[in-house]
Write a protein that binds this ligand. Structure first.
Ligand code: SAM
Ligand code: DTB
Ligand code: SF4
Length: 326
């Protein structure tokens, strides 16, 4: 497994003829995974809106007038009931998200309780709660958290255009704490924010240079939410999105690459191309955090039409598929 990718090399992958790029991605995918299996994670926003950070893409920031209704931290019983429904529908991982800069005080204790209960249901548990210190990461691990999601979002050189209230270094520090605590990392980014291809290559280089690679790599297509500064961002060419997935697959061949936000706005044919490019994980269930996602029934029908199988087993915290070598 390589961890020394340069931005130039990755940009060259982006420049390949589409068919050559997809062929290469398929080869990598098939060397490490069953190419017809897709992992399903269900998201739940346990604390919505009112976030002090200024991420330009995000409907939950207090800095943007999106009209989103703020909600307090959900009760554990409601969260556990949602996790049970997700499990019944076939998800193997439940991911709880909170619109916080970082977790604090009693709210953090309540989240630890939620993690324990969801874990006891036989689901994998993921959380995305903002920045963590070393002690918080350790406590989440002890509560049974399998994955922590914390995205780099974009290239370090473009980052300042998107977020000013938290640095790239802050993000890398949180990821370090998650790794040191022994949890798996879910880390990716967003495309379609007006960044260049070079910036997309730069984001993938940051991820692919991590050692080990993040076990899960969400590639989000910007969801343009009215009221956010990026609401009128130019549409990204759909093939460029597929290329980004393919490049993530080639550079991080044994990671789960997630076709993440933006599926509701995509045709099923485009989603099929993403699976062909090596995406093997999705968010499953009618809602992401605050925006929509395809209905579960619709995804099940799509899987049937494509002969895709949901991955049935929880994927424990280390790398886990056929032939994976690191
Ligand atoms: N507040 C925490 C944080 O930012 O670390 C956790 C929740 S935050 C909403 C999780 C991720 O969702 C962000 O890092 C970003 O990549 C993604 N996201 C948020 N809004 C999005 C949008 N409009 N389109 C695509 N992805 C989005
Ligand atoms: C990730 O990379 N994408 C998810 C998850 N991690 C937490 C969130 C997408 C959010 C899309 C906008 C919303 O629904 O608020
Ligand atoms: Fe807050 Fe996370 Fe949204 Fe940024 S992405 S505004 S940190 S909820």
């Amino acid at each position: 497994m390589r961890h020394d990718w340069t931005v130039d090399e990755i940009e060259k992958l982006f420049e390949l003829p589409f068919n050559d790029l997809l062929f290469k991605a398929q080869q990598c995918h098939r060397a490490h995974f069953d190419a017809n299996t897709v992992q399903l994670s269900t998201l739940l926003s346990i604390k919505t809106g009112g976030c002090p950070e200024d991420c330009k893409y995000c409907p939950q920031s207090v800095h943007h007038g999106t009209g989103l209704e703020r909600e307090l931290l959900m009760k554990k019983e409601e969260v556990v009931a949602a996790a049970r429904r997700a499990r019944e529908k076939g998800a193997t991982r439940f991911c709880i998200g909170a619109a916080w800069r970082e977790p604090k005080g009693r709210a953090f204790e309540l989240v630890l309780d939620m993690v324990r209960e969801i874990k006891a249901m036989g689901l994998e548990v993921c959380a995305t709660l903002g920045m963590l210190d070393a002690d918080q990461a350790q406590r989440l691990k002890e509560a049974g958290l399998d994955y922590y999601n914390h995205n780099l979002d974009t290239d370090p050189e473009f980052y300042g255009e998107i977020i000013t209230t938290r640095t790239y270094e802050d993000r890398l520090n949180t990821l370090r704490h998650v790794r040191d605590a022994g949890m798996s990392i879910c880390c990716g980014g967003i495309v379609g924010m007006g960044e260049s291809r070079r910036h997309r290559a730069g984001l993938i280089a940051q991820l692919a240079r991590m050692q080990p690679h993040p076990e899960s790599v969400p590639i989000n297509m910007l969801v343009k939410v009215p009221g956010t500064p990026l609401a009128a961002a130019d549409e990204l060419d759909a093939f460029e999105f597929v290329r980004t997935i393919a490049v993530a697959r080639i550079t991080m061949p044994a990671s789960w690459v997630r076709l993440s936000a933006g599926r509701e706005q995509m045709s099923e044919e485009l989603q099929a191309l993403c699976f062909l490019a090596g995406a093997n994980s999705i968010f499953y269930g009618e809602k992401l955090l605050t925006t929509g996602n395809p209905e579960a029934d619709r995804d099940r029908r799509l899987f049937e039409r494509l002969g895709l199988q949901p991955y049935r087993e929880p994927t424990p915290s280390s790398r886990r598929m056929v032939n994976a070598v690191d």
